[in-house]
Write a protein that binds this ligand. Structure first.
Ligand code: SF4
Length: 235
């Protein structure tokens, strides 16, 4: 059984247990998704931590999903190890595929400006995507593609050991949180994955098309910066 399916089964058992306690009038010990995720993280054995270099070596010329067929480069990720902040988008675009680096096109430039505006530098942030190979025509990654790449992403999260994760865009938030809820309801609220506080916000490529939503994204990044200073409530 994979660590992912163990987590999903444990979370389901915890939820069922809570519902049962509620029906029997026994009250609730924990209840919010963040509390359940924290409890699951504490109960599950932690896989050994592997360095980013080792994960990349293990990935090799990965062909675990169909995205391998059309890629030019695997876009693994970029940034320090460890890093206080980890940004996770959905997939490499055309320029990222060409250069083999994440967020290097116009969306990446906007992201750099937004980070600077809240006092964060790109060099202190680790950036990656839920899938490491470019989907044809820049379509969203399919659930089975994200699932195939997820063990690499989880290993990266353990290696980077971020204090805060910020997802960029709907597909990344939905895939990491295992939900189909719209980004409008997910963003601006704290969640948890692998025990790490996670705040979804908009993807900078979306903000280039919809600049009127930048104010909300700035609020989210400010919340991330506040969290690093211990000034943000993370539940
Ligand atoms: S997207 Fe991930 S799982 Fe799919 S081929 Fe690329 S590295 Fe492998």
């Amino acid at each position: 059984m994979t660590s992912m399916s163990r987590r999903a089964r444990l979370l389901a058992a915890l939820r069922a247990n809570l519902a049962c306690r509620g029906r029997l009038g026994l009250g609730r010990v924990v209840g919010t998704p963040a509390e359940l995720e924290r409890l699951a993280a504490a109960l599950l054995p932690r896989p050994p931590r592997e360095s980013l270099e080792s994960i990349r070596r293990r990935m090799g010329q990965c062909e675990r999903c169909p995205l391998a067929a059309d890629r030019r480069h695997i876009v693994f990720g970029q940034g320090p190890e460890p890093a206080a902040i980890m940004l996770i988008g959905e997939a490499p675009g055309a320029e990222e595929d060409r250069q083999g680096l994440p967020f290097v096109g116009p969306a990446g430039k906007l992201l750099n400006r937004m980070l600077a505006a809240v006092g964060l530098r790109r060099e202190e942030v680790y950036i990656t995507n839920i899938v490491k190979c470019r989907p044809p025509g820049n379509r969203d990654p399919r659930p089975e593609e994200a699932a195939a790449c997820r063990p690499f992403l989880e290993a990266q999260i353990r290696a980077v050991a971020p204090r805060v994760i910020c997802t960029l865009g709907r597909p990344a938030a939905q895939a990491l949180l295992g939900t189909k809820a719209p980004i409008s309801t997910l963003r601006g609220r704290w969640h948890r994955v692998l025990g790490v506080p996670l705040l979804p916000t908009f993807h900078p490529a979306f903000l280039l098309r919809s600049p009127e939503r930048k104010r909300e994204a700035y609020q989210d990044l400010k919340a991330v910066a506040r969290a690093l200073e211990g000034k943000e409530r993370l539940d």
